[in-house]
Ligand binder design. Structure first.
Ligand SMILES: [Zn+2]
Length: 281
C-alpha cells in the first residue's frame, strides 16, 4: 500500500507541474486574446509552435538549458518556477487534504487509504480551484488584474467544493451551511467592499472584492480573518527588500492579489491546525 501511496504522490507532483506549465501558457493566451483553452503552445519570443518534447515540465527546461529549442533565446526562469510551484502545491495539497477534512494530523501514507469517493471528489474540486488560483496569481503578478474570466469560475467551483465538504462530508444542515457561507463573506468581501465603496476604488480594486467571495466560500469567517492578517504580513515582508534597495517609501509596486491567494492556500489547508493551537492556549 505504501508503494501505491508514493506512486500516487509522485503522480500528483507531475500533474501539478503540468498544470503549472498550462497556467503559464493559458494566462499568456488570455492576455493576448487568443483561444485560451485549446490553442497550441508557442514560444513567447519567436512564436514557434512547441512540440510535445518541449512541453515536459521541468525536464524540458533543464535539458534545453533554459533556452528555446528554435530561437535559442532564454526562456524566463518563471516558467520553471511555475512548474515547480505547481507540482509542490499539488503534492502538499493531496498530502494535507484528509488531515484538513478530519481536522487531525494523519499520516499521508496511511490517509491515502481513507480516500472515500466523497473525499476524493472534494480533493479533486480543490485541485481545480488551485489551478485557477495559480492562474490568478500569475495574471495579477504580471498584469495587475484579477480577470472575471478566472474569478467567476473560481466562485462556482468554490461553491461546489463548499457544498461537498459541508453537506456531503460534515453532514451540516442546509441552514447551518448557508449561515457559514454568510459569515464567511464578512471578513474579506465585507471589509474590502466597504473600503472599495469609501475610497471609490482607489485603495482596493473591485477584483479583490470579488476574489473575497471565493475565499469566503472556501474558508470560514475566522479563517478569513487569518487570511487578511497573513496576506498583509506577507505583503509587508515582501516590500522590505524593495524599500531597502530603492529607499523609497509609500506606494508599493506589488499587487496585493498574489498575497491574498498564497494566504488563502495556507489557511485553507492549515488554518484548522492553527485554530486548534489557539483554542488550547
Ligand atoms: Zn523561441
Amino acid at each position: 500500500m505504501t508503494a501505491y501511496a508514493i506512486f500516487f504522490y509522485v503522480l500528483m507532483f507531475v500533474l501539478g507541474s503540468v498544470m503549472g506549465s498550462f497556467v503559464g501558457a493559458m494566462t499568456w493566451r488570455m492576455k493576448t486574446n487568443r483561444d485560451w483553452v485549446r490553442g497550441r503552445s508557442e514560444c513567447e519570443r519567436c512564436h514557434h509552435k512547441l512540440a510535445v518534447i518541449d512541453l515536459i515540465p521541468i525536464f524540458s527546461y533543464l535539458t534545453l538549458g533554459g533556452r528555446c529549442r528554435y530561437c535559442h533565446k532564454k526562456i524566463s526562469r518563471s516558467a520553471l518556477a511555475l512548474e515547480l510551484a505547481g507540482g509542490s502545491a499539488f503534492l502538499v495539497s493531496t498530502m494535507l487534504f484528509p488531515s484538513m477534512v478530519y481536522q487531525e494530523w494523519l499520516d499521508p501514507l496511511a490517509s491515502f487509504q481513507s480516500l472515500t469517493p466523497m473525499l476524493s471528489l472534494a480533493m479533486g474540486l480543490w485541485l481545480v480551484c488551485l489551478v485557477i488560483v495559480m492562474a490568478l496569481f500569475v495574471y495579477d503578478l504580471r498584469w495587475r488584474l484579477l480577470p472575471n474570466k478566472l474569478v467567476f469560475p473560481l466562485i462556482v467551483i468554490s461553491l461546489l467544493l463548499s457544498a461537498v465538504m459541508n453537506l456531503g462530508l460534515a453532514h451540516v444542515s442546509l441552514m447551518n451551511w448557508l449561515i457559514t457561507l454568510g459569515l464567511g463573506m464578512l471578513p474579506i468581501t465585507g471589509v474590502y467592499g466597504i473600503l472599495y465603496l469609501l475610497s471609490r476604488g482607489r485603495w482596493i480594486g473591485l477584483g479583490d472584492v470579488k476574489l473575497g467571495i471565493a475565499i469566503g466560500l472556501l474558508i470560514p469567517w475566522w479563517g478569513g480573518v487569518l487570511v487578511l492578517f497573513l496576506s498583509n504580513l506577507l505583503a509587508s515582508l515582501a516590500s522590505i527588500p524593495g524599500l531597502l534597495k530603492r529607499r523609497i517609501s509609500g506606494a508599493s509596486e506589488i499587487p496585493f492579489g498574489p498575497f491574498l491567494l498564497v494566504a488563502t492556500y495556507l489557511v485553507f489547508l492549515l488554518g484548522w491546525a492553527l485554530k486548534n493551537i489557539l483554542l488550547v492556549l
